[in-house]
Design a protein around this ligand. Structure first.
Ligand code: HEC
Length: 99
């Protein structure tokens, strides 16, 4: 492998590690911004919100969920500008622990 490619790989691996989603941080953000509608344990409080404890609720990629949470949907407000993408990815990691 040529050294320039190797340097890129090291850089990419480093930034991926720096941004690894953190479900504990996500739990905190979830309590603050999401639980009023989605419930502390992921069972919806607001009718029409999905039940995150169901195994089929989150069968989408993290990036697809990120896009939805950023943009909002139906009764859910947009979180772009309120939460950084990495915060949203932390929350998504937390959502995946609720099943
Ligand atoms: C004001 C109430 C409310 C808040 C606050 C809220 N949501 Fe939602 N959320 C909803 C509702 C209602 C839906 C269902 C939207 C629909 O499908 O029409 C939903 C849907 C979703 C979905 C499923 C989207 C899909 O396309 O299947 C995800 C994931 C989600 N919310 C995550 C979050 C996260 C993470 C937060 C906090 C950062 C949050 N929500 C905050 C009400 C809310």
């Amino acid at each position: 492998m040529n050294p320039r490619h190797l340097a890129w790989l090291v850089l990419l691996a480093g930034s991926a590690a720096a941004h690894a989603a953190n479900p504990e941080e996500g739990a905190e953000i979830y309590r603050r911004h999401c639980s009023a509608c989605h419930g502390n344990d992921g069972r919806p409080v607001l009718p029409g919100a999905p039940d995150f404890t169901r195994p089929t609720a989150l069968m989408r990629s993290d990036l697809s969920l990120l896009a939805t949470i950023r943009a909002g949907r139906g009764g859910m407000p947009a979180f772009a500008g309120q939460l950084r993408d990495r915060d949203i990815l932390d929350v998504v990691a937390h959502l995946r622990t609720l099943r």
